[in-house]
Design a protein around this ligand. Structure first.
Ligand code: NAD
Length: 344
């Protein structure tokens, strides 16, 4: 594989392949940039179809963290890690200890929090081998409720900009994924009077959403055809792609998933279809903002900073209109400007 020629290789500072035969650990840690500080980003556990797929995922996710942290005004660089394997079968204390030792080897250039399939308990085990973890219980804890709060405020900002409304009463939101973030998001949306149409592979989560929020449940592939005002991708990435984009009826796309656009061209394709897209790494920064308060944790301060996501998104949308550019491109340009001048 011509690693340095990969489309998703973006001059990452360091990419480390970690393996520990005894525990079965196979992980990749990608440090995209430390220009604004130590690279911070979550660890994801996923049963990738191939090692190449895992590599592409960690390269894209770590670049996204650099931009996310810059746009959120944090003094942190961007990095991410992936552990390869099925979370249902490979998790063990020994494996997370081995992961902790791998993190320790980077000497603090990368600090790991939670992402998909990684809990605060897993991070606590890694923490027995290294100080280079964050989002720990007793300090900032689980970032998901803050990611959900930021995403909810991002939905409101997008609705304000596109639909000229301050409230969500009676609007239909199609939520894809009722996991750690998606479920909390549904709680906010339900309280705000939105009608929810949901999908997930997890039947229990669907049953809870139906019982607690009166949500309508649709099939995994049907979510793209839902007659809705807002499509909220909250599962995995690349769900806005050549196969789905013409099916989406929403006027707003605003969800917490990372890497929502399958390819950069889909940024403009959404503009062409009159859909306002809230750039993923801007709207989903609530969790990492909360994590940035890890030392001397204060929930009020973290919440106030998460609330800034609303204004940041309004700025992105306004600039996109003024410059006749897609919102994702505008966010990328702003993030690069912030990094170039050494912080917000
Ligand atoms: P999670 O694993 O808790 O939830 C993901 C949910 O998606 C699960 O309920 C899963 O069953 C469901 N799912 C999987 N495949 C699906 C499919 N094909 N269709 C519908 N549902 C499907 O993860 P999470 O922490 O809630 O994160 C969700 C997304 O948000 C991820 O893309 C993650 O990277 C991103 N994100 C999370 C955080 C955070 O604080 N946890 C922060 C920023 C971004």
């Amino acid at each position: 594989m011509a690693f340095f020629d990969l489309v998703d290789f973006d001059d990452h500072e360091q990419v480390v392949f970690c393996s520990d035969k005894e525990t079965g650990l196979k992980a990749i840690i990608a440090v995209h940039s430390t220009k604004l500080g130590a690279a911070v980003g979550g660890c994801r556990m996923w049963d990738y179809a191939s090692d190449e797929e895992a590599l592409v995922d960690v390269l894209r996710l770590s670049r996204g963290m650099t931009y996310k942290n810059a746009m959120a005004g944090l003094s942190m660089g961007g990095g991410k890690s992936v552990i390869i394997g099925d979370a249902k079968s490979i998790k063990s204390e020994a494996l997370f200890k081995a992961f902790g030792r791998a993190l320790n080897g980077l000497g603090g250039r990368y600090i790991s929090a939670e992402d998909v399939n990684i809990t605060t308990g897993d991070i606590a085990i890694a923490n027995t081998e290294t100080p280079y973890v964050t989002g720990t219980e007793g300090k900032s804890g689980n970032p998901a409720p803050y990611t959900a709060l930021g995403t909810y405020l991002g939905v409101k900002a997008a609705v304000k900009h596109k639909l000229r409304r301050d409230d969500l009463e009676g609007l239909t939101v199609a939520v894809q994924g009722l996991g750690s973030v998606g479920f909390y998001l549904c709680e906010h949306l339900h309280k705000a009077g939105a009608k929810l149409v949901v999908t997930d592979i997890n039947e229990d989560a669907l049953a809870r959403a139906k019982a607690e929020f009166g949500a309508e449940v649709v099939g995994l592939n049907e979510i793209y055809d839902v007659d809705c005002d807002i499509y909220s991708p909250c599962a995995l990435g690349a769900t806005i792609n050549d196969g789905t984009i013409d099916r989406i009826k929403a006027k707003v796309i605003a969800g917490c998933a990372n890497n929502q656009l399958a390819e950069p061209k889909h940024d403009q394709a959404l503009v062409d279809r009159g859909i306002l897209y809230a750039p993923d790494y801007v709207i989903n920064a609530g969790g990492i903002i909360n994590v940035s308060f890890e030392e001397d944790y204060c929930a009020d301060k973290a919440t106030r900073k998460v609330e800034e996501i609303y204004d940041t998104l309004i700025d992105v949308f306004t600039k996109a209109d003024q410059e006749q550019k897609p919102t994702g491109m505008v966010a990328d340009e702003l993030a690069r400007e912030i990094i170039a001048r050494g912080g917000k």
